[in-house]
Design a protein around this ligand. Sequence first.
Ligand code: FES
Length: 113
Amino acid sequence: MAAPPLLLPIVSETAHWVRLGTTGEGFEASPARPLLLSAEAAGIDWPSSCRNGTCRTCMQRLRAGEVSYRIEWPGLLAEEKAAGWILPCVAHPESDLVVTSPWDEDAPERSPG
Ligand code: FES
């Protein structure tokens, strides 16, 4: 009789560094959790409400790096995504990131939502 397969969790989690563009602050973010949760764990006070990608309260601007979404259609227009807008409550970091907030001086106007 063959031995049962060994069921061990595969640990492939690599944390990425998220730099906040205007302050130079940063925090580590796991690709396994939404960016908002990692920010909050690091003491960053980003606004949020629904936490499911629909209300757009948490919008941030991605200046460098890549995020992915585990939901079909986060509440962003294709043009907003192309312009770098992300929803941290449902965005998972796939690389190191540079992020700015809509209220940062150098960030362009955010789309009405
Ligand atoms: S908190 Fe509502 S879209 Fe992110």
